[in-house]
Design a binder for this molecule. Sequence first.
Ligand code: C2O
Length: 476
Amino acid sequence: MATAPVRTRKDVYKLSATDKTLEWYAKAVAEMQKLPITDPRSWRYQAAIHGYLRSMDPYAKQGEPMPTQQEQAKFWNQCQHSSWFFLSWHRGYLLWFERICLGHIVRLGGPSDWALPYWNYSRAPATVRMLPPAFRPQSVGGKPNPLFVAGRTGGTSGNVGLDPVEVSVDCLKRANFVGTSSGGSPGFGGPQTGFNHGGGPVGACERTPHGDVHVAVGGLMGAFETAGLDPIFWLHHCNIDRLWEVWRKRSGSTGDPTSTNWKNLAFSIHDQNGAVITFKSADMVSTTANGYKYDDISDPFAVSGASVLASVERPGMTEGEAKPAKAAELAGATDEGVPLGQERSSTRVAIAGQARSVLASAAKKRVFLNIENITGDAPSGNYSVYVNVPEGAEPAEHPDHFAGTIPLFGLNVASSEEASHGGSGLTHVLEITDLVRRLQREGTWNEADVDVDFVPLRPVPEGAGVRIGRVSVYHA
Ligand code: C2O
């Protein structure tokens, strides 16, 4: 193949009025939707690569031909979550999807330099947190709009109600790609795992904004098994893929994992010709080698950046290139689980005797709140986590006690023992170092215990039986 030009993925909200990128995307989606699910280049097959469950398939028709069980086992339900393969696997997934779209577009007479746009919901102005306009109407010019799907939050208004905390890009401040599974930093890219994984912590970027945006858009986007059926999924992942580039550029001395366990695990997928290929994380580290780049990978913290970065990953606290984050020690944990429902729920973590002085005195210690083994029947939901809100006060009135969100995207899969994703549920790790230090300076830190509140941001449905297994505090 002659060397193709490097295609540029652009900000969907900055496309000019005459730009045809989304029109061609809509045409490609419509083409793919005409193909049967047995065709690897069909819309439904592409979504099934991420996740598939017949009972959740909105397009299932009785008696329709399906790929063989063997084929499904090899190519479907492949998505890598709670894993250091999250970024590289989704990059490959997106890449061949984009090439399949491009194939249809070129066949229809469209531009050979077409690229997927990305949805950057994390920048100003706030209106970019609305679903991009082209995805909102049910029909365009009297015909069904291929970019529309029913069931999203806010319906055709596009108002998915994204809160600034749900699109925070604080994940970019993680110095290390690889997280620890022992209660400390989850890393930018997640903890070391095997294929598919289960139960370990969710990486910082995978948690927020990634998981939050899935849960916020809702509908098909709110579950592993259906997310790829919403055309906005691909623009969301394009942005997540871009954040990897932003992180790589701003993280300087640190970088992607150097371990062969990360580099060489092979994933199978179909290419734009329908041929089976494999790709490895090592093949995914360069965008330009894969024929694309982003129009903007500037550092969103560039203006006030230096001090922001220093406060979270202080010099001397950086674990060094490509090493897993430092193992952490348990300071205290709850004896019992915590239910998550329609109302606020609360718990108290007792801090063990020796750990009290460690937390109170060691200025260089980092402190992590672990929300462990969340299980339940719902595919998603989201809760805001607050620490040490004053007795009798409303957490919402104390944003200075806010620790982060815990998006429950994929909760049902992570909770199912039959699923490839585990059975031990979701674990989120929130760094609360700055919060603890501030409370200590203010003299309101109670060394004997830590109060934790979970406030529904997007509550799980009634009766979903969602429970946190344990809440714990670690220091590293
Ligand atoms: Cu595999 Cu955004 O999900």
